[in-house]
Design a protein around this ligand. Structure first.
Ligand SMILES: Nc1nc2c(c(=O)[nH]1)N[C@H]1C(S)=C(S)[C@@H](COP(=O)(O)OP(=O)(O)OC[C@H]3O[C@@H](n4cnc5c(=O)[nH]c(N)nc54)[C@H](O)[C@@H]3O)O[C@H]1N2
Ligand SMILES: Nc1nc2c(c(=O)[nH]1)N[C@H]1C(S)=C(S)[C@@H](COP(=O)(O)OP(=O)(O)OC[C@H]3O[C@@H](n4cnc5c(=O)[nH]c(N)nc54)[C@H](O)[C@@H]3O)O[C@H]1N2
Ligand SMILES: [Mo]
Length: 772
């Protein structure tokens, strides 16, 4: 594969500008020019972004306010929009010119850069090329293939962008066909949340809405790169800072967004000199994986302050009433924290006791606290325990289910949370099985399906024979790239419903199809009537999304239409789902969702246009704990080590954190600059602590190979990376996903949630012999 670089002399220099600001504006102007987009087109489209009567951004899932600003979008949301409305086309002429083996040498960036897919295509092995196929033939052939396979050997992957309507139809189709193999991108992302939060508080999603962000008096950020991955949230952080609320951040890397920010929405800020708002009142570069230790230290400080208050007869620091009325398991948690040794806490977190005591004091003085977190907590062997621990920390002070307080998992894809809500899950116990059976006259398979890691294991064992993907770039997003790619090509069937060409399309199976679809920004006409879709944001609010732009090609079909046609061809007569009626009027799909999930979707069609969306029925937001104990559970971790099964003791083993740049959306690489980290022209860098570099005999710009340190007989290696000294804790290093996924062993994942532990990969950095 081509290198993820565009110059021979990449430049890396510290970026000390604020996030937002003019850098952001400049980056957008450059991107629109590269896409060949007229400023007027971009402008006209973007005015509708994240508006109640417009479309919901296809980038991240951050909440959409009821009273949007004139420009309710960020640099990265705008890039995602431009990437979708690009005038470039990856059409039949393109495929006629390039053989698949040639395209396999291209980089991710160059593949997607070709523009929107326009025509259904089928791979022709004798030509080694994709050739056009009629839609009706594609559906008939895929149906025949599916019916020739055991449903348990076929996987129906969903990446988190498809609408609630398309997703609900997709899971029904999969189950009528006979499988619960419904992994989605959430399996690589917030699954530690989906498993951990219900155990703690009885809700699979966060408890806060934007109203809480407006009234909180303190925030925590654990392991989220807000400036790149949910930049609109920075406005709420900035407002909180301006009203004096402390914001305390824990992250091994110094991420600009949570350090300095200038709002591009504010002419006054943009035109004034200076560094913008200081976003985190305190920023702690803890060791990767040190969060349980750090949170234990904070909790220990809170207990000590509470002891003092009690002794003096003052106001308690613990919320004793809350703990008594709502808590379960508090005593065991208290014992764990009180018994914890400060030396051990300092060693595992990499932070000083005095710092954690300071955080404990600040926390003790606040009365409405939000705990935000991202992949830095979820993508570890102990991802679930990380989530439990943040709940414990909030619960001990009653910071749950009251105004201005609660837990805030910052979700990724723009509808990833919603897909789970409407039935995308491999676990049948999470769906209303009896209702589906009663409404549609078919038997839902009861056997648990495959999640992402299990689907990969199935591939490696040769048991998975077919993959049908509703969006995404599965093989590129998962661990153990080389092994998964090899196994993928041995399958019988590969079907990709997509908007852009990516590497997963090039891993051809015996039969391979690309089915191009409309994007969310485009008008969906069915029956001559414009259709509307809907999505759920990170704060569990549901919004309508109206497509406004002209479709990229006349041949494109909408995702609901493609699902319906696949279902009609594959499982005719096997259920009473009125596929055509639903596709002719998406409001009928919403009626069906409301019937299946009445509490969450009451008056769905009427309410989905509500500015700011309508909030789902989240028990924990009202202090209703839908847990087995009926209480909010304090859950005690086994210990501080996030990777108990990995031996990182050898002195030349480092822990690799794989992260996103400011110029990518997951496997979609917009460009090679990570402006907010000052890395330009390359993604093939490994950012290391200077002392580690010295210790390992490395200097800046040295060329190195990276190899996974694991004792499983598999060599995992990437070559010719460039070392760069960086502000990162000793023993940790960082680099970019997805290029480094080759280094993650498939078995290295959160133990119960199966989220790949992409934030703690044990590697060795090996200096290359100098070129002669
Ligand atoms: N522009 C843009 N926006 C996106 C995406 C994108 O690719 N581009 N992707 C979307 C998706 S699907 C998702 S899931 C989200 C992801 O958004 P994030 O959750 O921000 O994901 P990452 O980029 O992986 O960054 C994780 C952060 O955690 C830190 N970290 C790593 N290890 C640890 C640790 O052990 N402890 C702590 N406390 N911190 C740690 C890293 O330094 C990094 O700052 O963003 C969504 N939004
Ligand atoms: N090492 C490492 N690995 C990771 C992560 C990490 O932090 N580190 N993060 C993980 C996370 S959080 C996630 S969410 C996954 C992401 O995994 P995926 O969701 O599978 O990947 P994406 O890159 O978002 O998918 C991009 C493709 O989606 C298609 N697409 C875009 N828009 C649409 C649309 O509207 N409809 C359809 N049908 N297709 C569309 C395009 O063809 C595009 O090429 O990666 C995971 N992998
Ligand atoms: Mo994600």
């Amino acid at each position: 594969m081509d290198r993820s670089e565009n110059t021979d002399r990449p430049k890396i220099e510290p970026y000390d500008e604020p996030t937002g600001g003019w850098g952001s504006v400049k980056s957008l102007v450059e991107k629109s020019a590269q896409e060949g987009l007229l400023a007027s087109t971009v402008w006209a489209t973007m005015q509708h972004q994240n508006k109640p009567d417009g479309y919901q951004c296809v980038s991240c899932s951050w909440a959409k306010p009821a009273d949007p600003k004139p420009f309710e979008y960020c640099e990265n949301g705008a890039k995602a929009t431009m990437w979708e409305i690009t005038p470039k086309r990856c059409d039949r002429d393109f495929f006629a010119k390039h053989r698949v083996s040639e395209l396999l040498e291209w980089s991710d960036h160059d593949l997607e850069k070709q523009g929107r897919l326009t025509t259904p295509m089928k791979y022709d092995g004798t030509l080694d090329q994709y050739v056009p196929i009629k839609w009706s033939d594609a559906f008939a052939e895929i149906a025949e293939e599916l019916n020739g396979l055991d449903p348990r050997s076929v996987v129906f992957y969903v990446s988190g962008r498809a609408s609630l309507e398309a997703s609900h139809m997709w899971q029904l189709f999969t189950r009528i066909y006979g499988s619960n193999n419904l992994p989605d991108s959430s399996n690589m992302c917030h699954e530690s949340t989906s498993v951990g939060l219900p155990e703690s508080i009885g809700s699979p999603v966060g408890t806060v809405t934007l109203a809480d962000f407006d009234t909180c008096d303190m925030m925590f950020f654990f392991g989220h790169n807000t400036g790149t991955n949910a930049p609109r949230l920075l406005h709420w952080v900035q407002k909180a800072r301006q009203r004096g609320a402390p914001v305390i951040t824990f992250n091994p890397l110094q991420e600009r967004g949570l350090m300095r920010f200038k709002s591009p929405q504010s002419p006054v800020e943009m035109l004034s000199p200076g560094e913008g708002t200081k976003m985190s009142s305190d920023y702690y570069q803890l060791k990767g994986g040190g969060d349980i230790a750090a949170m234990t230290g904070i909790a220990k400080a809170v207990f000590a302050l509470d002891d003092e208050a009690k002794a003096k007869g003052g106001k308690r620091v613990l919320d004793v009433e809350f703990i008594e009325q709502h808590g379960h398991g508090f005593e065991a948690f208290e014992r764990f924290v009180r018994d914890a040794d400060w030396g051990e806490i300092e060693r595992c977190s990499g932070l000083a006791r005095t710092d954690l005591e300071h955080v404990g004091r600040v926390y003790s003085q606040a009365s409405r606290v939000i705990g935000n977190y991202g992949m830095g907590l979820t993508q570890h062997r102990h991802g679930i325990e990380n989530v439990h621990m943040l709940c414990n920390l909030l619960l001990m002070r009653g910071m749950m289910g009251k105004e201005g307080a609660g837990i805030s998992p910052i979700r990724g894809h723009s509808n990833v949370q919603g897909q789970r809500t409407v039935g995308i899950t491999e676990k049948p116990e999470l769906i209303p099985v009896e209702k589906f059976e009663e409404f549609y006259g078919f038997t839902v398979p009861k056997e648990k399906g495959l999640d992402t890691v299990e689907a990969c294991e199935g591939l490696l064992k040769g048991e998975v024979k077919g993959f049908v993907c509703l969006g995404g770039n599965f093989s590129r997003a998962v661990p153990d790239t080389r092994r998964v790619e090899e196994a993928w090509r041995k399958m019988r069937l590969n079907v990709q419903i997509s908007t852009k060409l990516n590497r997963n399309h090039l891993l051809t199976a015996e039969k391979t199809y690309i089915l191009p679809c409309l994007g969310r920004l485009e008008r969906h006409l069915e029956n001559g009537v414009e259709q509307t879709v809907s999505v759920e944001d990170s704060t569990a609010c549901i919004h309508a999304s109206f497509g406004t732009t002209e479709p990229a090609s006349k041949e494109l079909l909408s995702e609901p239409r493609i699902v319906a046609e696949l279902a009609k061809a594959t499982v005719p007569g096997k259920s009473t789902v009125p596929w055509d009626e639903w596709v002719g009027d998406y409001s009928k799909v919403r009626d069906a969702i409301e019937r299946a999930y009445p509490a969450d979707f009451k008056d769905y069609n009427q309410r989905m246009g509500t500015p700011g969306g309508f909030h789902r029925d989240i028990g924990a937001s009202k202090r209703e704990w839908r847990t087995e104990t009926g209480k909010a559970n304090f859950l005690v971790p086994e210990g501080f080590d996030v990777d108990p099964d990995i031996d990182t003791r050898p002195s030349d083993v480092l822990k690799l954190l794989t992260v996103r740049s400011n110029d990518q959306f997951n496997t979609t690489i917009y460009g090679y600059d990570d402006r907010l980290r000052g890395v330009k022209g390359t993604r093939m860098v490994i950012l290391m602590n200077e002392e580690d570099m010295k210790r390992l005999g490395l200097s800046d710009q040295d060329r190195v190979d990276l190899e996974t340190y694991a004792d499983d007989g598999v060599t995992r290696r990437v070559e010719d990376y460039r070392v760069h000294a960086w502000s990162v804790p000793k023993g940790d290093c960082a680099g970019y996903y997805p290029e480094l996924n080759e280094l993650i062993p498939l078995w290295h994942h959160s133990r119960r949630a199966h989220v790949p532990a992409a934030k703690s990969v044990p590697i060795k950095v090996i200096k290359r012999a100098a070129a002669s």
